[in-house]
Design a protein around this ligand. Structure first.
Ligand SMILES: [Zn+2]
Length: 345
């Protein structure tokens, strides 16, 4: 009798261990710390994009086939004359359909967009001034979205959704306002409008790269708690900044809205060397045991001018991936990164 029981147990135990393990360790592809690499395109002045800029973005896609774009596309292309609109729309859709890119949203407070959305256009304040008082931008480009009411922001987001739907661009998941300005109101509004991810947290210091004008520091919502070393984080209901606790702002999937810090600032502010050093700093973070992410960012209208810089940095990252060395490095879109960050460990 006893040997029979032992025999039965020995058959059951491995099965039990497997079942228990499946229960306690849900599918987790990245048990070891990973450095995720996101690459965002900012559509700032789509009407000023040239054929050369489009070719540069296409070349980055072709030369770095593992890289995954998160396009921060701009509905303003549909509210004023934009010569390359069809070509750029084709490009973002083509990368989505063939290179697993994501199409997110970038909004600057231009008159044509605001008028189309039924929002009254204003020119004060400007984030590019020496001081907030008396600052203005007649184009609206440098006026932060956060100076508009929740109701007005809601109209802008709804108008964006409508344009994206009409143009077959899908439901955007990642949001970034012009000059990275945000607030708790804005974060709550994007969550309510179907966004899951914010790509706005911006390093305020100059350890690597240049910084914005003094009025930006007063108006953007960011402070020294965001650095080139910041990791993605759940956005608290108490603050847009890193390091705050639950309860979090939930997206419509009932999971927290996640912030993807813009660790490498943006094209004109940083050199290829700056971006490589920041990447290496995040490799060190992963070696110490924490999964982390960097974000590279390029403007559509200066992609030809910045092509060499990004080609060089992406080649450096590609080489790390190709070598198979640790820690593991993976390209990902910002919204997929958000889902990955929220997976149970
Ligand atoms: Zn912009």
């Amino acid at each position: 009798m006893f040997p029979l029981v032992v025999n039965l147990l020995s058959r059951l135990i491995p099965l039990w261990v497997v079942v228990a393990c499946l229960n306690c360790c849900p599918a987790q592809a990245d048990a070891d710390p990973v450095v995720y690499v996101t690459m965002v395109s900012h559509f700032d002045r789509p009407w000023a994009m040239t054929d050369g800029d489009l070719v540069a973005l296409e070349k980055l896609t072709r030369f770095h086939p593992r890289m995954r774009w998160t396009h921060l596309y701009n509905p303003v292309a549909y509210t004023q004359d934009t010569p390359l609109r069809e070509a750029m729309e084709r490009f973002v859709k083509q990368t989505r359909d063939h290179h697993a890119a994501e199409i997110g949203t970038h909004l600057h407070m231009y008159k044509s967009l605001l008028t189309a959305a039924g929002v009254k256009f204003v020119t004060h304040p400007s984030v590019t001034a020496e001081q907030v008082e008396g600052s203005r931008d007649d184009s609206g480009y440098a006026v932060p979205i956060t100076r508009y009411s929740r109701e007005e922001i809601g109209r802008l987001l709804e108008h964006t959704r409508k344009i994206y739907q009409e143009r077959g661009l899908g439901q955007p998941k990642t949001f970034c306002a012009g000059f990275y300005a945000t607030s708790l109101d804005l974060q709550n509004m994007i969550a309510a409008h179907g966004y899951t991810t914010s790509a706005a947290a911006f390093p305020t210091q100059t350890i690597y790269g240049a910084q914005y004008a003094p009025s930006w520091h007063a108006l953007s919502g960011w402070n020294a708690s965001v650095t080139y070393k910041s990791r993605p984080y759940r956005i608290s209901q108490a603050s847009i900044l890193p390091g705050h606790e639950a309860p979090f702002i939930n997206a419509i999937d009932k999971q927290p809205l996640v912030e993807i810090p813009q660790t490498c600032k943006i094209d004109w502010m940083v050199s290829a060397e700056d971006m490589k050093v920041i990447f290496k700093e995040h490799l060190a973070i992963a070696r110490q045991g924490a999964t982390t992410a960097i974000c590279l960012a390029i403007h559509e209208t200066s992609s030809e001018g910045n092509f060499d810089k990004f080609h060089q940095v992406l080649r450096y990252i590609d080489e790390h991936i190709h070598s198979g060395s640790q820690p593991q490095v993976k390209y990902i879109t910002t919204a997929e990164l958000r889902d990955r960050i929220l997976e149970p460990n």
